[in-house]
Design a protein around this ligand. Structure first.
Ligand SMILES: *Cc1c(COP(=O)(O)O)cnc(C)c1O
Length: 964
């Protein structure tokens, strides 16, 4: 029998399958949404939305979409080109064992990795607790009073320490900062870059000379980069006597055994938490820790988690003192940091929780013993060591350096080789006796005749350690119960799950955060991240061992060049804010190269994200604000006037496109022309690329440089507040000014350019996520994603507008990929605030949209292409139900202080209390819409008191008694 509809094998293959998985609405839902908007096709909607003069003339050149299996198989073959040599390079990066319970249940678990930054703390108590544990751990190990919840990497943390020193030092005359010449080279370089932008002078030299200089601050390293452990307490005191602020970069594992830098007198202590269970990943992502004195709390960079109270007087955690941060203080902020490294800080804190003080001590002692054995063997053979005291790193002199390195490489072993007068070996958690024997063979030859057990026994017998007695730690660390009760895997698994249950992430419901693009982080995209071929590489390994990385980075870079319309990409910045910084440096250096170094004004529209002015300030630009008109567009008359006013001092404009108001402004080309006509450069903030990909591009529009938030548009998950990647694209004239790196040279940029991040390719370990996304979407899928993102936002705007007016629209009444709804009129009429709405959404199982950015008293909604129409409709139902509740407050049926909005969110404790005497019943409180019951999410605390938390700042774990 013949079947006319029968298909061939190739017709039956679905090459577009991933596109359909990534994009939420199917054909029927898309048609229904288009009908709601009275347009006949997606193309018609896009034509109404994006100005014709910026539409790309040709499709992207990414190629066809690949299936999940195809893309994974190809990437696996690329990854296989990486050689996984044993690494003893050290320099802040060490092999480590991620406990499997943490690997699978945190790093590979969407409940952890798809969460957003905990700005809505009532539905984020789990990760806030894990971060508080991270701070507690930091305080115990550093011996200081106040810790923050993670910075981007050790080198940028050191740069932040310098900025803090300048703010708080009583030496106001000096403009110089001292850096000891035995800090890691990448740390020195990143701090130098930062200092140059601030106009500080850097003085380097032996640490012992530090106090001879008149400086506002100094950076020391303990143990030093080449491994020396020395007591710098007298030096620190001398520096402080000269009013200098002393920062100490340190090793988190060494501190388990060694006296804390705080006890030695340091004012700031910082370092990387990588070796607490986070894979090296060819440079990141890893969390940096940072601690200082309580007196400097207002000058602290980054986020601080604090303990406060909820409405029922329970302890409840939140981000404290946000008034220091860029989103509030803008160009006066302490730093531009926004996205940091939350997921990795959580992993490190879980590592400490799992091992506990005793387990950590055993690990640290094992590492230290390996170093001692190795040193004893070398000494026995007459090899000269650089230092007498160390923790894990032995630097030694050899006559036949080249031969030793060759023997190491032949055995697939990497030593540290960049020190001019020695080689160096850093021991780590995975080192075995056999590894030590192999290292002896490498350094001394096969017939070295040393016996590991005998050397070990001798050390045990003498009871000696190479850490000086005065520097051994005597105080107990990690005595808090949280570090002492989850040591069996069962207990640990349940602790992780308990915290996960408190948090709302994308695996529960849509998180429609305007400007933050919380889209699908597909499982296939995440899989390569934990392949050892990507995870196990040291960022400074020889390049021929990292060919897989080079290829993946090159391919991704080429795609991003095509997508952005730029000529070159730098993968070094490890967040959007870092990308802005690298971009503004390039602009500054470009002007300088043309003899126009006097250009120092940066125009920034009032609606800009806080990182923009904070970054401009970090690169020493004067910020001049540009107004917006009534419809939210940049006021072109004001722009022209300001540009003319500063004219030959104009360096740049930082502009977001489509605007932070969610509109494709028709004047964008004109804006670029005006700035260029005055000799300025255009920095286009790429956070809103999700509205551009495949339809227009910054390069095509006429911009000179942009960062991309790969953790927004290109599917790297937010991780509860990081990691992220912020590569920048530039036109060719800026390419010579992209960051370079002191250890791994980067082709195509100025040889002597400074670094902005510790690792040459930033958080390279998460780049496979974006690679997979682009490969699986192909040219067509990427364009469709943008179209549907715009369709969904317009559908949302259309459905909500009758209830909550949409604030800004483009020329044809369309919004871009997000829309702002105005709560101010309702607030006026009813007293209900945008905060009440945000908290009430939690009772429906939703995370609030972006609140009061970029306009106070509004919510900004970005549904993204990944959410189905069914999900959008549920959210719309929640919002319209809330509108009806507000109406009851307006009409007086409910008092302003006795209604479900006022008391939102409702925890179980609240609902089940026996003295319920509210104007609304419990059903309304906890199950406000029919759809809620079938998948109820319970906020674990009621509304948190922000003021109490800031007045009574506590940033360590509260004592268990405090909970009852
Ligand atoms: C997210 C965002 C940034 C900052 O990016 P991070 O990666 O968080 O540092 C900058 N500008 C805009 C408009 C953003 O939305």
């Amino acid at each position: 029998m013949s079947n006319p509809a029968a298909k061939t094998l190739s017709q039956l293959a679905n090459h577009q399958e991933f596109i359909q998985r990534h994009i939420g609405p199917d054909a029927n839902e898309t048609a229904a949404m288009l009908a709601e908007l009275n347009v006949g096709s997606v193309e018609e909607l896009i034509a109404q939305t994006i100005p014709a003069d910026i539409r790309l003339p040709a499709p992207l050149a990414i190629g066809d979409s690949r299936s999940e299996a195809e893309a994974l198989a190809y990437l696996k073959s690329v990854a296989a080109k990486n050689k996984m040599f044993k690494s003893y390079i050290g320099m802040g990066y060490h092999p480590t064992l991620t406990p499997n319970v943490i690997l699978r249940n945190v790093l590979e678990n969407p409940g952890w990795y798809t969460a957003y930054t905990p700005y809505q703390p009532e539905i984020a108590q789990g990760r806030l607790e894990a971060l508080l544990n991270f701070q507690h751990l930091t305080l115990d190990l550093t011996g200081l009073e106040l810790a923050s919840a993670s910075l981007l990497d050790e080198a940028t943390a050191a740069a932040e320490a310098m900025a803090l020193a300048k703010r708080v030092s009583k030496n106001k005359k000096s403009n110089s900062y001292f850096i000891a010449n035995d800090v890691h080279p990448q740390t020195l370089d990143v701090v130098k870059t930062r200092a140059e932008m601030f106009g500080f002078d850097i003085v380097t030299g032996p640490a012992s000379d530090a106090a001879k200089h008149d400086v506002f601050g100094a950076l020391l390293q303990y143990p030093s980069s080449s491994g020396e452990v020395r007591d710098d307490s007298a030096l620190i005191a001398d520096l402080q006597a000269n009013k200098a602020i002393v920062a100490v970069a340190t090793d988190i594992m060494a501190l388990v055994l060694m006296k804390s830098p705080g006890q030695l007198g340091a004012d700031v202590v910082l370092g990387s938490a990588q070796r607490f269970g986070v894979p090296m990943g060819y440079g990141g992502p890893h969390a940096a820790f940072f601690a200082t004195r309580d007196a400097y709390k207002r000058s602290m960079p980054g986020r601080i988690i604090g303990v406060s109270k909820d409405r029922l007087d329970n302890n409840a955690l939140r981000m404290a003192m946000q008034t220091r941060e860029q989103h509030i203080r803008r160009e006066k902020a302490n730093s531009n940091i926004c996205t940091a490294q939350v997921l990795l800080a959580n992993m490190a804190s879980f590592y400490a929780v799992y091992h506990g003080p005793q387990g950590l001590k055993t690990i640290a002692e094992r590492i230290h013993r390996s170093a001692d054995i190795f040193a004893a063997g070398l000494k026995a053979k007459g090899v000269e060591l650089l230092h007498n005291h160390w923790f894990d790193t032995i630097s030694f002199k050899v006559a036949d350096r080249a031969a030793v390195i060759a023997r190491a490489l032949a055995k697939e072993v990497n030593l540290r080789t960049d020190l001019s007068d020695s080689l160096s070996v850093s021991f780590h958690e995975l080192t075995t006796a056999a590894d030590i024997a192999e290292l002896f063979a490498i350094v001394l030859g096969d017939d070295h005749g040393l016996n590991i057990d005998a050397l070990d026994a001798e050390l045990v017998k003498n009871g000696s350690t190479s850490i000086p007695a005065s520097l051994l730690r005597h105080d107990a660390i990690l005595q808090h119960p949280v570090f002492n009760q989850y040591h069996s895997e069962t207990e640990m698994l349940r602790y992780i799950k308990k915290l996960e249950n408190k948090d709302l992430a994308l695996n529960h419901s849509m998180i429609s955060l305007g400007s933050c693009t919380m889209k699908l982080n597909a499982t296939a995209e995440m899989i390569p991240v934990t392949w050892p071929e990507f995870g196990a590489l040291h960022p400074f390994c020889p390049l021929d061992q990292a060919q897989g990385y080079s290829q993946m980075i090159t391919e991704l870079g080429d795609w991003l060049v095509n997508i952005t319309g730029y000529d070159n990409i730098s993968m070094q910045p490890n967040s959007g804010a870092q990308g802005e910084y690298a971009g503004m440096i390039a602009i500054r250096k470009y002007h300088e190269s043309r003899g126009e170094g006097h250009r120092n004004v940066c125009l920034i529209p009032v609606s800009a994200h806080g990182t923009n002015p904070a970054t401009a300030a970090m690169a020493s630009f004067d910020v001049v604000l540009v107004d917006c008109d009534k419809s939210g567009n940049i006021d072109m008359a004001d722009l022209k006037a300001k540009a003319e006013e500063v004219s030959d001092r104009l360096a740049a404009i930082m502009v977001t496109y489509p605007s932070t108001h969610g509109v494709f402004e028709a004047s964008i080309r004109e804006l670029c022309d005006i700035v260029h006509a005055h000799g300025g450069q255009v920095y286009m903030d790429g956070a809103n690329m999700n509205a551009q990909v495949g339809l227009t591009s910054p390069g095509f529009i006429g911009s000179d440089v942009s960062h991309l938030n790969l953790h927004k548009t290109f599917c790297i998950p937010h991780g509860g507040g990081g990691p992220g990647m912020g590569p920048i694209g530039v036109k060719s004239h800026l390419a010579p000014f992209l960051p370079n790196h002191p250890v791994i040279k980067i082709a195509g940029t100025g040889e002597h350019n400074g670094a902005v991040s510790a690792a040459p390719y930033g958080s390279a370990g998460i780049l496979p996520i974006s690679w997979m996304y682009i490969a699986m979407m192909g040219s067509e899928g990427l364009k469709q994603a943008t179209e549907i993102a715009i369709l969904s936002a317009n559908y949302m705007a259309k459905k909500l507008d009758p209830h909550f007016p949409v604030l800004y629209r483009g020329a044809n009444g369309r919004v871009a990929h997000e829309c702002i709804i105005d709560i101010r009129p309702l607030k006026e009429a009813s007293g209900v605030t945008e905060m009440d709405i945000a908290k009430r959404l939690m009772d429906f199982g939703y995370h609030s949209p972006t609140m009061s950015f970029p306009v106070a008293g509004t919510l900004m909604i970005e549904p993204t292409e990944s959410e189905s129409k069914a999900e959008l409709d549920k959210f719309i139902e929640a919002m319209t139900t809330i509108r009806a509740e507000i109406a009851k407050v307006e009409s007086g049926e409910w008092a302003l202080d006795n209604n479900p909005l006022h008391f939102a969110p409702h925890s179980m404790q609240d609902i089940f209390s026996s003295d319920w005497n509210r104007a609304y019943d419990r059903q309304v409180a906890a199950f406000p819409a029919a759809f809620v019951a079938e998948n109820k999410f319970w906020p674990t605390v009621t509304r948190i008191d922000d003021v109490y938390g800031d007045r009574n700042l506590i940033c360590a774990c509260p004592s268990p008694e405090a909970y009852r």
